[in-house]
Design a protein around this ligand. Structure first.
Ligand code: ZN
Length: 148
């Protein structure tokens, strides 16, 4: 197995458009999908059939505005891939994000093509980078991957 990790320099925004959430009706895994151009966010649960749509328009600081953030925020739903780790929270927006973090943690050697851009991997809390935590984090990720 190749333990080198090619940082694809994704920004967190790359993963935020389609977010795995806990269904507000059946508590199974549902999907929140944002369409920023249409200014709509759609919740779909394949387990119970629940779905609803909300606008990306939100009031903040006394003004109504369309703003771009992670899809689950508009719906006020908790993330599906979230768990506590020591005194921290480990989370991922979706499976691709989770796998990306897994690849990152597995990697013993990190490669950076271009250091001028700071990707979210570099901004992650310290516990992600600590080699002491590597095995425990991988266990958490594997648990989250199998979460039903
Ligand atoms: Zn549901």
């Amino acid at each position: 197995m190749d333990h080198r990790f090619q940082d694809q320099q994704y920004r967190l925004s790359y993963f935020q458009q389609e977010v795995a959430v806990i269904c507000s009706v059946c508590t199974k895994k549902a999907t929140a999908k944002a369409d920023y151009e249409a200014q709509k966010v759609r919740l779909t649960c394949t387990s119970c059939g629940h779905h609803r749509e909300v606008s990306t328009c939100r009031s903040a600081f006394g003004m109504n505005a369309h703003y771009i953030t992670a899809a689950h925020v508009y719906l006020d739903l908790p993330l599906w891939y979230e768990t506590s780790f020591k005194n921290e929270i480990f989370w991922a927006y979706n499976e691709a994000h989770l796998l990306y973090l897994e690849q990152y943690i597995i990697a013993k050697l990190r490669e950076h093509k271009d250091r001028t851009h700071f990707t979210f991997l570099e901004k992650l809390p310290k516990f992600y980078h600590d080699s002491k935590n590597r095995e425990a984090l991988l266990k958490i990720i594997s648990k989250l991957k199998n979460k039903k």
